[in-house]
Ligand binder design. Sequence first.
Ligand code: OOG
Ligand code: MG
Length: 279
Amino acid sequence: MAKLPAAHQPANHPTSQASPLDAEALERLSGILDEALLQAREVARLTETFPDLSLEDAYRIQRLGIEKRRSRGESRLGWKMGLTSEAKRKQMGLHSPVYGELTAPMEVKSTFKLAGHIHPKIEPEIAFHVKKPLQGKITREQALEACDWVCPALEILDSRYVGFKYFSLPDVVADNSSSSRFILGTPQKLDPKADLKNRKMELLLNGSVKESATADAISGDPVESLVQLCELLEIHQPGVAVEGWVLAGAATSAIVLEPGQTIALRVEGFEELSVRIEA
Ligand code: OOG
Ligand code: MG
């Protein structure tokens, strides 16, 4: 499923005719989302005020938000893909993949504290470590060759929008694709011949399997998420290369976090990964 839906091609985007927002408006909107992030406070979705917000402007808002975080000392650790599985697209009612950026403080280890977050959810993913920068139109084989490590990962999402509801791609994109935190499992050397797509993935809540899928739920094959990420970056941030950790997107729908839970992820062939949720 490397081919991107037409919605991502600027010429085909339904709102591409809308006049782009000026620099001041983009700055203001990224400020609203950044304040919401810092204060763990939900805000109205941007398309309530700007129904014509285009995907291009949404990625500009995302970038401005990342720049603010960078100026606070957050370095880029990699990227995340979202809505790469049918389960997630269905859960969120949206039709095509999106990306966001990961910064160093977003990585957590064995404990996640809910304080300072709005309404976090967790979901099961696969993460690749891209050693050789990737850019533009690439093949699956090039993506595999560029990676040195692969591991199971849990992503913690925390939309800044009221009720975790946004209904449109531009809203979620502007909000750095709902990203909040992530936890990486024990990495293994990536064997380019290894078949990842048939691996069973199980998300456990307090020891019981809550969601399961095979890894091919993610873009048909998780490595295809890397191909799609390069393609999306070429459209929305030309000249930027993919390097570092990349979350390939969730294989199943996400579950709501509550204090006292233990969440684990089992991916066939990898060590189990778990995180304890505290108030
Ligand atoms: C959007 C982000 C989706 C994934 O892995 O599919 C995502 C959301 O669910 O709010 O990260
Ligand atoms: Mg995700």
